[in-house]
Design a protein around this ligand. Structure first.
Ligand SMILES: Cc1ncc(C[n+]2csc(CCOP(=O)(O)OP(=O)(O)O)c2C)c(N)n1
Length: 554
């Protein structure tokens, strides 16, 4: 053992935990940590705002299944970073945020940028702690990595007082954490198969944390063997190859009404790894929490989830990948639901037929073109907004972890997420979809993308408004437009100013060539799609939405 300062102890511990890249915005509060990173071989991706850094770390965690790591400074840095932590919590993503903290002997005097992180982050993250002794850094860091990955994964915050970080200690490293995973028993698997055998209209819902490419392949095998219909929750569309005859769509915001009806009509739900919450059930309307009236088998990595809202008939606390592998290994068994599955699939295909939107640039055609022409492993990211509904409805996700999007509906997420994805997979096509509102929340990270060589393609869907909220506004207070119109920059010129390339597309037929140019540019590239003012959602124009609002308010 050698005497090391806290920053070196920390960086050494990160290497042991397998960290290869961190995202940060510097602060004078954690200079020793920056010094520790200096010769560590860990890539430090310097960002422009802590919200972007924390979202990049979250996206890294979501893509790799290993904790994404970010470093931010105290006070304003920590408060900015909270946006990514909230995404990680709602998405069950493993993540560790380090916050530089004021010196220990300044505490509780409301010193410069002082925040009590246990209070501030307490309700937002899985665990938050402050490290008071340099020699306990390895212990706290390994606990942070363990908690971030155990049971239902999530974000962990460690505050690091600056004098604790710069002090030296003689302490041993901790080994890489071993995360305990609960496995399904043979009896449990037999029971699931038996209960399925008694169903007439079963529906599998596969989502949540702890999946892998192998698990997605096992799900395809299991569903194929038994000819089961599989739906996925909001923004988990890449858990089963969408070309599979067993894939029947997503139970997300703006879901296919025919799939919503099937959720209601099913006599058995086999939920593997997902939370059964308000988005999946359209605000608890599709399934009554008081009496859901069907057989519910609910498995989740955390024993706290089954029964959280809906009473299950069989509750399992186990690793989703292990369960789906065991179910696939149970072999072929054909139930009496073959027609039910085929009909659900047919309804999904009908839902995917483009519904025409007004104006010369048609999002339904742009996304359908991409679904046909992109490589199977292309990664699509997005944040929040009606523009994303076109991706959800018309794209086909064909391999695991090609969709990186926040189930928490956080605007501004897609662009930083795409940077994290491109850094992790430089050889794959990475596309960020963003609304004009969404993109402007984090477009300052364009310089981060340029600096670190993340050649992502950003498709900015510009309708000159916070369209989703305008849609709700027109439905509720028709014609009374307040706070939902936005002025925009020339996005293509902005991209060029940052050192990328930019194009503006005003006709659908020009999109394919613009996309090819962007791909060949090999640098951050922005394609702005100028949408007609009437485009508001996949299903209704602005005028139709207002007319509906007027009708409802009569
Ligand atoms: C951080 C954050 N702030 C506000 C919202 C509320 N919100 C949801 S969608 C939306 C508008 C998005 O506008 P835009 O990105 O232009 O996409 P559009 O809906 O027009 O397609 C807003 C303000 C949110 N989800 N996240």
């Amino acid at each position: 053992m050698a005497i090391r300062h806290g920053g070196t102890i920390l960086a050494d511990q990160l290497k042991i935990q397998g960290v290869t890249r961190v995202f940060s915005v510097p602060g004078e509060s954690f200079l020793a940590a920056l010094d520790g990173l200096y010769e560590s071989g860990i890539q430090n991706v310097v960002c422009r705002q802590e919200g972007g850094a924390s979202m990049m770390a979250e996206a890294h965690g979501k893509l790799t299944g290993r904790p994404g790591v970010a470093f931010v400074t105290r006070g304003p840095g920590a408060t900015n970073a909270s946006s990514g932590l909230h995404v990680a919590m709602q998405d069950s993503t493993p993540m560790v945020l380090f916050v530089g903290q004021i010196a220990r002997d300044h505490r509780d005097r409301e010193a410069f940028q002082e925040v009590d992180y246990r209070q501030f982050f307490g309700g937002l993250v899985k665990w938050v702690a402050e490290v008071d002794q340099t020699e306990r850094l390895p212990e706290y860091i390994s606990r942070a990595f363990q908690i971030a990955q155990s049971g239902r994964p999530g974000p962990v915050v460690l505050a690091l007082p600056e004098d604790m970080l710069s002090a030296v200690a003689d302490v041993a490293d901790r080994p890489e954490v071993q995360v305990a995973r609960a496995m399904p028993s043979t009896d449990d698997v037999a029971r699931v198969i038996d209960m399925l055998g008694q169903a007439k209209r079963p529906l599998v819902i596969a989502g949540g944390p702890g999946w892998s490419a192998q698990a997605a392949a096992d799900l395809e095998r299991f569903a194929g063997h038994m000819d089961l219909p599989v739906a996925v929750p909001f923004r988990r569309q890449d858990y089963l190859n969408n070309d599979s005859p067993n894939y029947v769509g997503d139970l997300g915001v703006g879901m296919n009404p025919a799939l919503a009806k099937r959720l209601q009509a099913a006599d058995l739900l086999l939920v593997i790894g997902a939370r059964v919450g308000d988005i999946l059930t359209n605000g608890y309307a599709l399934l009554d929490p008081a009496d859901h009236g069907k057989t519910l088998i609910h498995s989740h990595p955390s024993p706290d989830e089954p029964g959280h809202v809906y009473a299950p008939d069989l509750a399992l606390a186990c690793n989703s990948a292990a369960l789906v592998a065991a179910l696939a290994d149970a072999g072929p068994q054909v139930g009496s639901w073959t027609d039910w599955t085929a009909q659900a699939r047919a309804e999904y295909e009908v839902w995917q037929e483009p519904k025409q939107t007004p104006g010369p640039v048609k999002m339904e055609q742009v996304v359908s073109w991409l679904a046909e022409h992109l490589p199977q492993d292309a990664i699509l990211t997005n944040g929040a907004g009606n523009y994303a509904a076109f991706v959800h409805r018309y794209h086909r996700f064909r391999s695991y972890k090609t969709q990186v999007a926040p189930t928490s509906g956080s605007m501004g997420y897609g662009f930083p997420a795409s940077i994290a994805a491109k850094l992790e997979h430089p050889d794959r096509t990475v596309i960020c979809f963003a609304g004009d509102g969404c993109f402007q929340m984090t477009c300052n990270e364009m310089s981060t993308a340029i600096q670190h060589g993340a050649a992502v393609i950003v498709i900015v869907v510009n309708n000159g408004k916070y369209g989703t909220i305008r849609m709700h506004q027109e439905k509720t207070y028709p014609g009374r437009v307040s706070g939902t119109m936005i002025a925009n920059p020339d996005f293509a010129a902005l991209a060029r100013a940052y050192g990328g390339t930019g194009q503006t597309v005003t006709r659908t037929e020009d999109f394919a060539a613009a996309f090819e140019t962007a791909q060949n540019d090999g640098v951050l590239s922005v394609i702005e799609l100028r949408l007609d003012d009437e485009v508001l959602s996949t299903g209704m124009t602005l005028s139709e939405t207002r007319a509906q609002g007027e009708h409802n308010s009569k």
